[in-house]
Write a protein that binds this ligand. Structure first.
Ligand code: PLP
Length: 447
């Protein structure tokens, strides 16, 4: 397959192909050429990026719909972010010592979420989930974590349990499965897996309540870009009744689908919220925000011996470094002060979705597109978006990967097997390029 694709696209991307071969001699991860367990057959190595576009080593320009997998809601190289980073470098990047930008970021985060009283800063979405779970385990003095099939919470052992590809057991009571080789089997044993949207299945929470540290959920799973408000209300009611902390993973949706994330759309207040991506302005960043009773599990007291026994540890050398915080503050302030940006993104999302649907409809191609608030999920499947395992079983992933490559040929960078993201920097011209590229790619794929 690789040779066929190299022959097909090779003349367009000779430098990227050369760089792929060079990279393969030394670099395993995280470069995208080896993402998701398979090597890309249309690698793109970026020379520079601005607004909604990236340019590769051969000078090809692409409208980018990866959005860096989430952070770049304002597009690449936005002046507000650039200025913050440059002035931050000039002022000196400080970490591990107090500074104003970390306080400002915490204030912005707490103000954005009605349910949040305090924030803890860290370096990634993965770390934010690790921290949230630790706070809940410390608070509840229990080990077991409830999560939902198909929800990815970062690359930790815990975050990946039953998060993708494999699933077994009853769909209403899935069996927990390690998300990756190398996982601690104890973590898998201490996880219970539920089905998003299955209100009846929430009775299982009552059965296990005594063992539970917390429930963690993506309120709007980015792989489906769909939110089930009725289910989330039932989940909130049940967890509140049982006194079990409810954690919303809004690493993708926080500041993307609305300033206050999916929870503002659903009108539901979780106990803790995990954040990442956008809040660092493109630099590594994560945060847990929520009720002080929980976040204060990591707050030091007067007595260090008491801390050891009664407190959870939250550390990280680069957590809350001033450069990241300045970049994050710049983005969040910009988003806060331009609330119409979200309506605009929603309108563009609707327009592009309609273009895609028209292209598939006129060819009679089974394709399900879910799109909301600048997140698109596209599956070549006639199944509904509902249950994760059914969606997976009914999807033609080879076609989805092939689409990503053909789109590149037509000037659009789609991430492979990942939802794609619009930014506020995408222009009408960019969107028109995407719509046309999709149409041309479907023709190519049929040929
Ligand atoms: N949670 C969700 C819902 C995610 O989609 C991701 C990453 O894509 C993470 C957590 C982990 O974030 P990070 O990759 O910054 O560690």
């Amino acid at each position: 397959v690789r040779e066929r694709f190299d022959a097909h696209f090779g003349t367009q991307i000779p430098s990227s192909l050369k760089m792929r071969d060079r990279a393969n001699n030394s670099l395993v991860a995280p470069t995208h050429i080896n993402r998701y367990f398979f090597p890309s057959t249309y690698p793109v190595f970026v020379k520079d990026a601005a607004g909604g576009r990236i340019r590769d080593l051969d000078g090809n320009e692409y409208v980018d719909l990866s959005g860096g997998y989430g952070p770049h809601i304002l597009g690449y190289s936005h002046p507000v972010v650039n200025e913050a980073i440059i002035s931050g470098v000039t002022a000196g990047n400080v970490n591990g010592i107090g500074h104003e930008p970390e306080v400002e970021l915490a204030e912005l985060l707490v103000d954005a979420f009605p349910a949040a009283e305090k924030a803890i800063l860290c370096n990634s979405g993965t770390e934010s989930v690790l921290l949230a779970v630790r706070l809940c385990r410390a608070y509840r003095r229990r080990d077991v974590v409830v999560k939902f099939e198909g929800h990815y919470h970062g690359f930790s052992d815990q975050g990946m349990v039953s998060s993708w590809f494999r699933f077994t057991g009853d769909k209403h009571a899935p069996e927990p499965i390690a998300g990756t080789l190398g996982s601690d089997s104890g973590v898998v044993r201490n996880t219970l897996v539920f089905q998003y949207g299955d209100i009846g299945g929430l009775d299982r929470l009552r059965e296990h309540a005594d063992r539970l540290a917390c429930v963690i959920v993506e309120p709007m799973p980015s792989s489906t870009a769909a939110i089930d408000e009725e289910f989330l209300s039932a989940l909130r009611r049940t967890t509140a009744d049982l006194g079990i902390p409810l954690v919303f993973d809004e690493v993708v949706t926080g500041f993307r689908v609305a300033y206050g994330g999916a929870q503002t759309i659903a009108g539901i207040e979780p106990d803790l919220t995990c954040l990442g991506k956008i809040i660092g302005g493109g630099l590594p960043c994560g945060a847990v925000v929520g009720r002080a009773e929980l976040t204060d599990m990591a707050r030091s007291s007067e007595d260090p011996f008491l801390d050891y026994e009664k407190k959870a540890f939250a550390g990280g050398t680069l957590s809350g470094n001033s450069l990241t915080c300045r970049a994050g503050n710049a983005v969040l302030t910009h988003l806060r002060d331009h609330p119409t940006l979200y309506e605009d993104l929603e309108a563009r999302t609707r327009w592009l979705r309609a273009e895609f649907e028209e292209s598939t409809r006129k060819r009679g191609i089974a394709c399900r597109i879910n799109a909301r608030g600048s997140i698109f999920s596209l599956n070549f499947s006639h199944r509904s978006a509902g249950v994760y395992r059914e969606r997976m079983a009914g999807s033609n992933f080879k076609a989805t990967i092939a689409l990503a490559y053909y789109m590149r040929k037509h000037g659009v960078y789609l991430p492979e097997l990942h939802s794609f993201l619009l930014s506020a920097a995408h222009t009408d011209d960019d969107l028109a390029v995407v719509g046309k590229a999709f149409d041309l790619s479907l023709t190519d794929m049929a040929g």
